[in-house]
Ligand binder design. Structure first.
Ligand SMILES: *Cc1c(COP(=O)(O)O)cnc(C)c1O
Length: 416
């Protein structure tokens, strides 16, 4: 039975016309005829990134060469951008760096956390988390030896596993597959009560929803800038170290940028006593500088408006899927309650991979996460309400016309 759709395309278009965030869409390059629902994996390109890249390459690199480290502030980019990003995640100036990758930053911070909790040997993590976090922690434990270990728990059992052996709890706030959220304040409190530290991965939170690390009393955090922050492919990640922990622990990748006086070129290592201590070495300046374009745009947007629209987009998408596609075997993998959901909606389907490939050919771009998740990212700065309508119509077409059965959609590409 097909139920009456809870919206019409016209009513959604009206909503777009009144959307306080609507004007941001014009600040992005978006290909014609594409509904882009993968900004949770690679954010769309800010138009400003074009001019900024040009300026960087032709003037700063091309003409000003090495003088740009001072003249154009290249050396200070990690802290200058970090201070801007801090405003999006409830951190203070001097607590955030934009640098390296999420995985590498996590490695550094977990190592510091272990240093701050001598005698405790366990890193507690969510087994179903995005694998790089877990792999990095396993690599660290292997490197340290001496009984250090990574303990995995799943969501329902997490609190019970925060035992006195746990040095640090490392969790991703918004789950990459399902979008389900941890209560940051509650988990942080539980970790502290047990004498452990906590490190939050904000890959699917920063730029997607209001985050307040300070209010939650979080110790450490890491996250991507190429997803909801629209920083560009492979753009440097960020890290956060609460002021109270700075200058008190060592980090393992102690390159010259983390030295107290990098240009003194001393023989022996001496750590900086502030956030600079978590740097390692020379940064990819082109990526780092271009990342500022997405960040500046995000700072002009109202994060509460972003969250409100993101929740509404998700509710509409889920409602339309129930009304128009319920006979095709999709199961909602995200929470139906928007308050428990990040900025994505996921469904499971046994033919998920082929369905997503067919859908992409119709111009609706989401992604697939093995074994059976179809993932749709909702990015309020450039996703319209009507896109929800058009995307669900396209899914219906793929299913009605069995487009997914085309054998070319069964072949797995390298990146899914
Ligand atoms: C996207 C993502 C990463 C990416 O890590 P890289 O070091 O950039 O490859 C890490 N953790 C989580 C939870 C993610 O969603």
């Amino acid at each position: 039975m097909i139920r009456h759709a809870p919206h019409s395309r016209a009513s959604l278009a009206e909503r777009d016309a009144k959307d306080p965030l609507g004007a941001f869409r014009d600040e992005f390059i978006l290909p014609q005829g594409v509904i882009y629902l993968d900004g949770n994996s690679l954010g769309a390109m800010p138009k400003a990134a074009m001019a900024r890249s040009q300026e960087l390459v032709t003037q700063e690199w091309g003409q000003d060469l090495i003088t740009s480290w001072n003249r154009h502030g290249w050396f200070d980019l990690p802290t200058r951008l970090g201070d801007k990003l801090a405003r999006l995640i409830g951190a203070q100036e001097g607590e955030v760096l934009v640098t390296d990758s999420t995985g590498i930053n996590l490695y550094k911070l977990l190592s510091m956390a272990l240093d701050l909790r001598p005698g405790r040997k366990v890193i507690l993590m969510e087994g179903s988390n995005f694998p790089t976090d877990n792999y990095m922690a396993q690599g660290l434990a292997r490197q340290l030896g001496r009984g250090y270990e990574v303990r995995f728990a799943e969501r329902d059992d997490m609190a019970a596993q925060i035992t006195p052996e746990v040095a640090v709890v490392a969790l991703t706030q918004v789950h990459y597959k399902t979008g389900v959220m941890f209560d940051m304040e509650a988990l942080t409190q539980m970790a502290h009560k047990a004498g452990a530290l906590i490190c939050w991965d904000l890959c699917h939170s920063a730029g997607a929803l209001p985050v307040d690390l300070g209010a939650a009393n979080a110790d450490f955090a890491v996250g991507c800038s190429y997803k909801f922050l629209n920083g560009g492919p492979g753009a440097p990640a960020f890290l956060y170290v609460a002021k109270c922990h700075q200058g008190k622990a060592m980090q393992p990748l102690s390159g010259w940028w983390s030295h107290a006086a990098p240009f003194a070129f001393e023989r022996d290592y001496r750590p900086a006593d502030d956030i600079h201590q978590i740097l390692s070495g020379t940064q990819p300046i082109l990526s780092l500088a271009v990342m500022e374009c997405g960040l500046d745009m995000m700072l002009r947007a109202d994060m509460n408006a972003i969250r409100q629209k993101s929740m509404a987009l998700g509710d509409i998408f889920i409602g339309l899927m129930e009304a128009l596609c319920q006979q095709y075997g999709f199961t909602l993998a995200s929470s139906k309650n928007a308050n428990e959901r990040g900025s994505q909606v996921s469904f499971t389907h046994a033919q998920g991979y082929a369905i997503m490939q067919a859908l992409i050919d119709l111009g609706v771009i989401g992604d697939f996460r093995a074994p059976d998740i179809l993932r749709f990212g909702l990015t309020p700065l450039y996703t319209r309400y009507v896109d929800m309508w058009d995307a669900v119509q396209a899914i219906k077409t793929v299913m009605d016309q069995n487009l997914w059965q085309d054998p070319r959609y069964a072949r797995r590409a390298q990146v899914t």
